[in-house]
Design a binder for this molecule. Structure first.
Ligand SMILES: Cc1ncc(COP(=O)(O)O)c(C=O)c1O
Length: 394
């Protein structure tokens, strides 16, 4: 019997990939229990009707052949035009490669930057697939901690200390999932300096750039000397409620990098369906209205959720500056956040994500996604607050 490659078998290390609570919740739901699922960053509302209509029209018009692997020209043009001001740079449409969501963009960027055994710095807390994506590309993820008391801002000296001769890239996610932190200009300038000083790639995951609530978005790629050493990851999953469409893109530093990524996609997705690319284009052509509307909805939910959770005398809440999650610190009364999450689920039917799924910096935390209608969300937060206040480890 041939054996599977160690590379593919070690993408997820250990049995648990962090989704155990969600799986349990779904099992309970199938058994008839009422569940409020706040685990995944997936919207509780569908993609806007005009976008769905654009897809149906493209299907009716027979746009069902292979899609352009690079991405159709009119889509890349509108992405470049709209993304330029967001990231503070001029973007050549040819440097944009359309990808199967932000996730495929992350994988492609890791493949582009890393040779087997190369190290990639991932800043904690990080989106749950980051270390797996680096490993899938043959790299070695080096997690650098941040601290709840610093609002999860990375410390540049700590990042510098993690750099070795094998380091090739830094993966930076601001606005951040799960913390909702927005890295300050000082932090981003520090990261940019490290990349320049040590000749590193920056992979800048900016999928939450449209959901910033306190200050305008600042892309590290706009800083001096960064354009030519950066890949930007973006996606319409969160901004346009298009998670299932797998509609993202990578902005590459130059044509050589873009061509390499197109070659990689030639061997995998082989392009995004034309009817999806046409729907993406139609969505972007309507301007910023739809994404503002979604961002406003999450801002409102954030405020309602934080108010309901704040009734607890025990939960320490990190009010998010961005994105669609709220992270809570339980360390002063909970030793195992995963155990707490399972107990919360059993007692109240509310499913939350244990913080350990995002790295050690958020051990002893839980994260909720703001992905339930307002009243349901407030009900769930009220349950979480009451459960926390009566929780006993014995
Ligand atoms: C920080 C971050 N990057 C990338 C992604 C992947 O996005 P997509 O659904 O477009 O693949 C997510 C999804 O939750 C995310 O939170």
């Amino acid at each position: 019997m041939p054996t599977l490659s160690p590379r593919i078998q070690t993408i997820v290390i250990g049995a648990d990939d962090g989704w155990g609570v969600q799986e349990k919740a779904r099992e309970m739901e199938r058994a008839g229990r009422d569940i409020i699922l706040l685990t995944m960053g997936d919207h509780d509302f569908p993609t806007a009707e005009p976008i769905r209509d654009a897809c149906c029209e493209a299907l009716k018009a027979g746009r069902t052949s292979y899609g352009s692997i690079h991405g159709i020209q009119p889509l890349r043009e509108i992405i470049a035009k709209r993304a330029g001001p967001v990231h503070g740079i001029e973007i050549d449409p040819d440097h944009v490669v359309v990808s199967m969501g932000g996730q495929a963009g992350l994988f492609a960027a890791a493949m582009a930057c890393l040779d087997p055994g190369d190290e990639a710095i991932v800043i904690e807390p990080f989106y749950a697939t980051y270390d797996q994506t680096i490993r899938a590309a043959g790299g070695v993820p080096i997690a650098v901690q941040t601290h709840p008391d610093d609002g999860f801002q990375p410390d540049v000296a700590t990042l510098r200390a993690a750099i070795t001769p094998r380091t090739r890239m830094i993966l930076c996610n601001s606005p951040n999932n799960p913390s909702g932190a927005v890295y300050t200009r000082d932090t981003l300038e520090g990261i940019a300096e490290l990349c320049r000083d040590h000749d590193l790639w920056l992979v800048s995951d900016e999928v939450y750039h449209s959901q910033v609530y306190e200050a305008p978005h600042l892309s590290p790629v706009s800083l001096p000397g960064m354009r030519e050493r950066s890949f930007i990851i973006d996606s319409m999953s969160k901004s346009h409620a298009m998670t299932g469409w797998r509609s993202g893109w990578i902005i590459c530093p130059d044509m050589t990098a873009a061509d390499c990524i197109i070659d990689l996609f030639l061997t995998s997705a082989y392009g995004i369906a034309p009817f999806i690319q046409l729907a993406m284009r139609a969505a972007l052509a309507t301007g910023k209205g739809p994404e503002h509307e979604i961002a406003e909805r999450y801002r409102y939910r954030r405020d309602r959720a934080v108010a309901a959770l704040s009734r607890s005398t025990r939960l320490k809440i990190h009010p998010p500056q961005a994105a669609m999650y709220v992270l809570m610190d339980l360390r002063h009364f909970v030793t195992d956040a995963e155990r707490f999450a399972y107990a919360l689920l059993e007692a109240t039917g509310v499913a939350v994500m244990p913080g350990d799924s995002f790295g050690t910096s958020t051990a002893g935390h839980i994260r909720i996604s703001l992905t339930a209608p307002e009243e349901t969300l407030v009900e769930a937060c009220t349950h979480i607050a009451a459960f926390a206040d009566t929780w006993s480890e014995t």
